[in-house]
Design a protein around this ligand. Structure first.
Ligand SMILES: CC(C)(COP(=O)(O)OP(=O)(O)OC[C@H]1O[C@@H](n2cnc3c(N)ncnc32)[C@H](O)[C@@H]1OP(=O)(O)O)[C@@H](O)C(=O)NCCC(=O)NCCS
Length: 145
């Protein structure tokens, strides 16, 4: 697969607006993503196959660290390396921007995502109880220096 990683634009968001929850995931919504894309402190990227957006991911920068806000692969392209490619690119953006750490919060039941983060060296830093309705969130951290 010839996947291209590009910075995500508002136009890209418009392109996937109608399939955001059905074909990507139902956690995020259009308004929040639009706000994120318009924020100076956010960096979002997309994975493209031809003209099709098959994944996106983004960080919010707070001082010298980044929070991963989202990383999602279109449902019918999962388990083919797209998530790995997106995360690799986010980490490299953080390193190039001289950010010293990356953190994130993930649902404890989201084993695929946890596996992906651990693959890149993220460590569990703690649990946030009942963060996702009745499920706990795991806080993960990666030092990038
Ligand atoms: C988490 C997510 C982004 C992973 O994306 P992906 O494109 O499937 O990721 P990859 O194909 O690069 O796979 C990453 C790892 O997870 C494993 N994996 C992914 N899907 C899997 C599946 N269905 N069964 C078994 N393992 C799986 C892969 O084997 C791979 O590990 P490996 O490199 O050791 O083999 C994707 O599942 C997703 O979009 N989930 C919904 C949104 C979400 O929960 N995001 C995280 C929020 S914190």
């Amino acid at each position: 697969m010839n996947i291209i990683i590009e910075e995500m634009s508002l136009n890209d968001l418009e392109n996937i607006k109608n399939i955001l929850t059905s074909e990507f995931d139902d956690f995020w919504n259009y308004d929040i993503l639009k706000e994120e894309l318009e924020s100076e402190n956010s960096r979002y990227i997309i994975a493209k196959l031809g003209n099709e957006i098959i994944g996106f991911a983004g960080i919010k920068i707070i001082l010298d660290s980044a929070d991963i806000m989202n990383i999602v692969t279109k449902k019918n392209y999962r388990n083919q390396g797209i998530g790995t490619l997106l995360l690799q690119n986010l980490i490299s953006i953080c390193k190039k921007s001289n950010l010293t750490s990356i953190s994130l919060e993930v649902n404890e039941k989201n084993l695929h995502a946890i596996h992906l983060y651990k693959k890149f060296g993220f460590k569990n830093m703690g649990i946030r109880k009942n963060y996702y309705k009745n499920q706990n969130g795991i806080i993960m951290f990666l030092g990038t220096e």
